[in-house]
Design a protein around this ligand. Sequence first.
Ligand code: GLN
Length: 453
Amino acid sequence: AHLDRIADVEHAVHAFLQVSGDAALAVAADVDARRTSGEELHALAGVPIAVKDVVVTKGLETTAGSKILQGWIPPYDATLVEKLKAAGLPILGKTNMDEFAMGSSTEHSAYGNTHNPWDLDRIPGGSGGGSAAAVAAYEAPLAIGTDTGGSIRQPAAVTGTVGVKPTYGGVSRYGLIALASSLDQAGPVTRTVLDSALLHELIGGHDPRDSTSIDEPLPALVAAAREGVSGNLKGVRVGVIRELQGEGYQPGVLARFEESLELLRSAGADIVEVSCPHFTYALAAYYLILPAEASSNLAKFDGMRFGLRVVPEDNPTAERVMSATRGQGFGDEVKRRIILGTYALSAGYYDAYYGSAQKVRTLIQRDFASAFEAADVLVSPTAPTTAFKLGEKLDDPLAMYLNDVATIPANLAGVPGLSLPSGLSDDGLPVGFQVLAPAKADDRLYRVGAALE
Ligand code: GLN
């Protein structure tokens, strides 16, 4: 049914870079046979899933939305993909994304735009616009995204889907093509909070192949979601982050936010206001730390090991091959960030830029720590606006970066965040409501999220 739906709408949405229909059908048939023979299977066995193209899949081209990886067929699976396969989830294909996950609109993909199913002239968010659009367009019931600064939550917000960035270290990063290793996390994109909990529990947990993986059992996420469905939040303290509302937020976004607060209140939650004064500097710190880490992570794409190799006719030394390959293989946004990152890390500037940004990061972590003394969860709009028009912010990187203002603090502090739909703005487009919890307390996201659904 999902492959039929893809055949019907994909030409207009372009959520996928590749559809692996035959392989998905083979897995589905195998799961059917095992179920018929009485085998006990995972709750999600047989439920198809779309995977963001930054996640490595054995035998299935993986490009991270970049020309530099065109044609690269990975010889192994990411840990999370191994888990999907072991549980019997058919993989429908790989979804479109901003190149190397840099962007908020999926317009930086080297393979064309993805369109928002709510309005095809608008962006589906980014960088994981393909995963969110696939779920919103009913091309896939589940998808995997990655979130370095909001790339799961912001696309979920602007497409009316649910997206979760787990606690840093909660889901293995083994087999994710790294953007910024200290910020990256993979997580679910789904249509309901309970679906996200099921998927998160499946892909999460300790992995010795990721040195930053948390060596503890995950909290009981599905149980928390089921508890939330009862709609009782008596005694739960919900902190509204003062710095993430007001100026710069669309009136329709704020109106839906206030309504969600009312719903929380009527479910018995105590609403308090908290202040996180250093969040004002989060965006500036992020856009130094991310390019710094990215410039180092992307150094391996040199035309020698993976994908594209461009050999200049004249004097093709190794250095000139690398330079020609990177010149042609990387898009403008990637080059912009490599230049910013290498500059911020260079001798003489390191302390002023990267060093200061790391200090700000610590202050943001402290803001979270004191806010979580006053509240069990924190809430804000997920993004300041609804989906903007394709092309609207493409020539203005700073305007594009501003869209991440509410999602970035969670990545800098490593805390988990969930975005769920909170109705439509005056323009008829979906608005997202963000819930944040302390590290390793991802269960709180599901309890509060499910109560709001
Ligand atoms: N929009 C952010 C950026 O461009 C988020 C990226 C991400 O989460 N992968 O960096």
